[in-house]
Ligand binder design. Sequence first.
Ligand code: IPE
Ligand code: IPE
Ligand code: MG
Length: 231
Amino acid sequence: MEQMSTLPTHVSIIMDGNGRWAKRLGKDRLEGHKEGIESVRACIELCVELKIKYLSIFAFSTENWGRPTAEIEGLWALMIKALRAELKTMMKNNVRLVILGDLSQLGEELRAEIDHCMTESKNNTGTTVIVLLNYSGKWDIVQAANRFIKENPGKEMTAEDVDNYLITAQVPDPDLLIRTSGEQRISNYMLWQCAYTEFYFTETLWPDFRKSEFRLALDAFSHRERRYGKV
Ligand code: IPE
Ligand code: IPE
Ligand code: MG
């Protein structure tokens, strides 16, 4: 592969296809989620290697509450386990972990683990990994508007205000958004933030999306011409 000339500052991923991956192998959906965590690990590793500044991943949408309870509970258990297992490596790799979304609805054990990992890694200066948890783009815009109104009664909101009140205010907009598993939709993800994001879709299911697949997406991005409405 040719030299990667233009790397994105912020890569975002809608990790999709865990269930189908499991089904193909006659396994339980949770096995797909488990294998998907290995892909997360690989993608973080590549971002660290390439010094990509921000990697954000969509881990649970506000709509995902509509899934069977056993799957949801299984997901929380996997997340708790992954956070516990990965903190040491993240510290070693200078990775800062940030979890964003409506965390109030999550269980105490998961919230405590999130707090712990975020506090421990907050001064790391390498790649920032952002996990969007119980998140949706519409929820984000509504919470931004409500918070703004509360803090600035009677004032009109500007586009800059929206940027600053979104839960992702501390993160630059994604340059590249990857969605796996062949679905070509945004599924209520970072609606405002993706105004000028480059999209990359692949048929590969998330548990099969590892470093070589990630490199293909980065290579495709390096050939995009971003015009922002200009000529
Ligand atoms: C993505 O995989 C993971 C989450 C949304 C939590 P899915 O679970 O959506 O897998 P498919 O789309 O059913 O194959
Ligand atoms: C999007 O995947 C949400 C996450 C990856 C967390 P879904 O599988 O929930 O999206 P739809 O239902 O196919 O749009
Ligand atoms: Mg899906």
